[in-house]
Write a protein that binds this ligand. Structure first.
Ligand code: PLP
Length: 432
């Protein structure tokens, strides 16, 4: 499988090169040169396959022979070593709970696959490396968890100071060893920009062997398509059209869902849900893409004003807006609507939504037709956003034990201004 750069200047590369580079040398994002279509027999008998077998079949299409089959089997089974239940919340409305991994957010799926893939390539080539990653809240913890204690690999996490939940912050600042948390005096967009600038600086990139772990890395993006197939497997016998509602920020999850569809997964429509950071939902409505500074919301992992995977979404539709509009609809919600939704759904069904899942739920309810069965993605455990959720449901949600232990630990972070010079200074002190 070859990958091209969305900026069209860099040469095509194989899977390993695309994973190790993260961002292409021309600053474009890598994208599969062709999305393989799975045979109809695969879908006809999908219920006979285990989740690991399904994930392996999908991964194999993108990895080719660049990872030996037994190793890829192992990577896939370690990636999906937690359940991904599909819960019927109301008639024909299902929650795909993606938050049962170690950091209680869906980012665990992509991060675990990417960490193991990168480890395999780096150990094979005996290259020391530094993973540089910007986080809007959940990525950092998931990546740290995937790389903690790995010899020869350092992880540097950039997060926006004061703009993530206390729990999220503890999940990235309490590791020690090879994990460093940089508290950036700015927004998530500043963090993301800084990471891009660092990659564009070839001296810096070579000096530390910088590798990305954001959803710009193809190894984080592709495994996120697994769970759309797993959801389909569970609902296959419904005769209605399948509609997914995806709570969106950087659009990694949406891109993965579209890749699954391109591989042949029968999806009727995709609903894109956002908070007040509505660049994508506006685009779907008008065809105009206007990035803007992100604003802080209670669904903070979607506080993205310039979603980096947007170019990949366009790529799926061959830059054709009419095709895109046929498949996607979008809606955005403010904090009051999100909180009211959590309250209403709890009172009606006793199901506890998190703020991100609430956006997806609302958008799905608005769109779902009689002829469709809808699945919204629950991307984080509600306990990760207990301040908002407790207020909305009127009592304290139970905190999982694993989270309690992290909350008790002491935060260790390094302050940094959103400038490349400052970042260079910090890197030279921590990565000796
Ligand atoms: C990252 C994140 C999102 C947004 O996903 P993208 O792939 O960036 O669009 C949604 N919900 C939660 C809980 C997240 O952590």
């Amino acid at each position: 499988m070859l990958y091209f750069s969305t900026n069209g200047q860099s040469p095509k590369v194989g899977f390993e090169e695309a994973v190790l580079q993260g961002l292409a040398p021309d600053n474009g994002l890598y994208f599969p040169a062709a999305i393989p279509k799975l045979p109809s027999s695969f879908f006809e008998s999908i219920e006979k396959l285990t989740p690991h077998e399904i994930a392996f079949q999908i991964a194999k299409q993108f990895v080719g022979n660049e990872i030996p089959e037994d190793k890829l089997q192992q990577i896939v089974s370690e990636t999906l070593d937690f359940p991904i239940p599909l819960i019927e919340v109301e008639k024909d409305t299902y929650s795909l709970e993606l938050f049962h991994g170690p950091t209680l957010a869906f980012k665990d799926v992509g991060a675990r696959f990417m960490a193991r893939t990168l480890r395999f390539f780096l150990e094979k080539d005996a290259k020391p490396a530094t993973i540089l990653v910007a986080t809007s809240g959940d990525t950092g913890g998931a990546v740290a968890s995937g790389f903690f204690g790995v010899e020869g690999i350092n992880v540097v996490i950039l997060y926006p100071s004061g703009k993530i939940s206390t729990t999220q912050e503890k999940q990235l600042t309490t590791w020690g060893k090879n994990i460093f948390a940089l508290e950036i005096d700015g927004t998530f967009d500043d963090c993301q920009k800084l990471v891009k600038e660092a990659f564009a600086d070839s001296d810096l990139k070579n000096k530390y062997g910088l590798t990305s772990a954001n959803s710009i890395n193809i190894a984080r993006l592709l495994p996120q398509s697994f769970y759309y197939f797993l959801a389909f497997r569970q609902l296959k016998n419904k005769s209605k059209g399948l509609t997914f509602s995806v709570p969106s920020g950087n659009l990694g999850n949406l891109t993965a869902s579209l890749i699954a569809w391109k591989m042949g997964l029968p999806v009727h429509r995709f609903v894109v849900a956002s908070n007040r950071n509505d660049v994508i939902t506006k685009y779907i409505l008008t065809g105009l893409f206007e990035s803007k500074p992100s604003v802080l919301t209670v669904a903070n992992a979607m506080d993205v004003g310039n979603p980096s995977n947007f170019v990949r979404v366009l790529e799926v539709f061959n830059q054709n807006f009419d095709l895109l509009k046929d498949k996607l609809v979008g809606h955005s919600y403010d904090d009051v609507e999100i909180k009211n939704c959590i309250t209403a759904v709890y009172q009606k069904t006793e199901y506890v939504l998190d703020p991100h899942g609430a956006c997806a739920y609302m958008a799905l309810q608005k769109e779902l037709k009689e002829t469709e069965v809808g699945i919204f993605l629950e991307t984080a455990h509600p306990a990760k956003f207990s301040e908002t959720v407790n207020e909305s449901i009127g009592h304290s949600i139970q905190i999982p034990e694993s989270l309690n232990e992290i909350i008790k630990k002491e935060k260790v972070s390094i302050q940094c201004q959103p400038s490349l010079n400052d970042l260079k200074g910090v890197l030279s002190t921590i990565l000796k």
